[in-house]
Design a protein around this ligand. Structure first.
Ligand SMILES: Cc1cc2nc3c(=O)[nH]c(=O)nc-3n(C[C@H](O)[C@H](O)[C@H](O)COP(=O)(O)OP(=O)(O)OC[C@H]3O[C@@H](n4cnc5c(N)ncnc54)[C@H](O)[C@@H]3O)c2cc1C
Length: 428
């Protein structure tokens, strides 16, 4: 809408400026409400490309976009920088860490997920998560510092071992990028180091990588990783992580200690702490329970969307996976429901449209299951076609024209020159 809505218009508060929160805010721009979006960061992070930042392929600014820039020319949208402590649904109020109380008529909770260490001893202290921009920069800094230490130590082995825990899309993408990085960077920038002296190991508790993808695609991903020098260990559980490595065991075997310079934790996520602190009904996995239209049962004015919510899947069963599309579509739906409620219409159940899933392994290698619009059947793709589909989609979904151009140029240059992108050692 062009002008500001009347002063006494309903107030909508959105918690979280991620995929879901931004989608909801954009959709609400055409509804006569005042919207405030709250986030502990003043930028939106494009999480699917964090591993590229971690491995030096992209800069932090390429995957982050200031929330205020998204609100330009949208008069009834405010941004509030702050950490949400809890929601008091009886009082229709949100409490921030600095003591601020925000009142709402409608609330959309979209605070996403946080890392889950599944109670593995030492994991929170010694493994490096890859969930936020700071995490990605920390991984990058530690890796390049290790290369430098190895050069200073005259190329002694061991320190370059990297173990990635979790064989889902994030773990697979991280492993593929690390294998590529090792080939490219060691060759061009650290010629005194032997690329064979370090290793990239991917550990997965289940019997196959990429749960959720069809078997042949998961097997292809494993073959490609192995061909690129990644050691893949399936049916292997991590028992403990310590300063110098991690202890694993598989099946009947006794526990083995593996020395590692860096352990990257990509094993799974749990719902954001806002879910637990707000006295709302949660599922066994800590996600907020929602009804068919994504409103919380008994609270038609409160919606929960994206990773924080147990969004119902079409046909029932497990809630939808914690992925970008359920969050985006959930954001649009919550906005539509608020608009409908204001005009007195009945709630409409959320209907998820599966657009497919994809994961990249490295240059010209990816796997994808893409929903065909006419039939909604999933088309399996792998290799170069899947990689181009992955490339196009990720650039399309990046927020902001500058980010898209920067990523496109960066990748195009790397593709042509076959060199790694920016690799400044930064991050605390
Ligand atoms: C490394 C990685 C790779 C991924 N790759 C893919 C992929 O390839 N494809 C895919 O579909 N999905 C991928 N995902 C998952 C996808 O990013 C999430 O499903 C999606 O971001 C969920 O959207 P959301 O809006 O629910 O939460 P988010 O996008 O996580 O947004 C939550 C927002 O809430 C804010 N927030 C949280 N707690 C508070 C608080 N207490 N106070 C204030 N603000 C708060 C956060 O700062 C964040 O901005 C990946 C995730 C990760 C971590």
């Amino acid at each position: 809408m062009s002008g500001a809505p009347p002063e006494n218009s309903p107030r909508v508060v959105i918690l979280g400026a991620g995929f879901g929160g931004i989608a909801a805010a954009r959709a609400l721009a055409s509804v006569p409400v005042h919207t405030t979006i709250v986030d502990r960061n003043y930028y939106n992070t494009f999480q699917p490309l964090l591993y590229q930042v971690a491995t030096g392929g992209l800069n932090a600014g390429d995957v982050a976009y200031p929330v205020r820039n998204l609100l330009r020319r949208r008069h009834a949208l405010d941004f509030r920088w702050g950490t949400v402590e809890r929601v008091d649904a009886d009082k229709r109020a949100v409490f921030l860490g600095d003591g601020t109380e925000l009142r709402y008529d409608f609330l959309i909770i979209a605070t996403g997920a946080t890392i889950n260490y599944f109670g593995v001893p030492g994991a929170a202290e010694h493994a490096q998560a890859i969930y936020t921009l700071d995490d990605a920069l920390a991984v990058r800094r530690r890796m390049f510092e290790q290369f430098e230490h190895a050069v200073s130590a005259g190329g002694e082995g061991g320190v370059l071992n990297v173990v990635i825990v979790g064989g889902g899309p994030t773990g697979v993408e991280m492993a593929g990028a690390l294998a590529e990085l090792r080939t490219l960077i060691l060759d061009s920038s650290y010629p005194s180091l032997d690329p064979q002296m370090g290793s990239v190991l991917l550990v997965e508790q289940k019997e196959a990588l990429l749960g959720g993808f069809e078997g042949p695609l998961a097997a292809y991903a494993q073959r490609e990783l192995t061909r690129r020098g990644v050691e893949v260990r399936l049916s292997t559980a991590v028992r403990e992580v310590s300063a110098g490595g991690l202890t694993i065991n598989s099946g009947e075997e006794a526990s083995t200690f593996l020395p590692a310079g860096l352990v990257v934790w990509a094993a799974g996520v749990a719902a954001s702490s806002v879910a637990a602190s707000s006295e709302l009904a949660l599922t066994a996995h800590g996600r907020i329970e929602v009804g068919p239209n994504l409103a919380i049962p008994g609270r038609p004015e409160v919606f929960a969307i994206g990773d924080v919510a147990a969004t119902p899947a079409p046909g029932g069963g497990h809630p939808l996976a914690q992925l970008a599309q359920p969050a985006i579509q959930g954001g649009h739906h919550a906005a539509r429901e608020i608009s409908a409620a204001l005009s007195g219409a009945q709630p409409t159940p959320f209907s998820y449209k599966d657009k497919g899933i994809m994961a990249t392994i490295g240059r010209r290698s990816a796997v994808a299951e893409i929903a065909l619009p006419a039939t909604r059947r999933l088309l399996p793709l792998r290799g170069t076609p899947a990689w181009f589909a992955w490339l196009g989609l990720h650039i399309y979904f990046l927020l902001g024209g500058r980010n898209r151009a920067a990523v496109l140029l960066n990748w195009a240059w790397r593709y042509v020159s076959w060199r790694r992108g920016p690799r400044v050692i930064v991050g605390g």
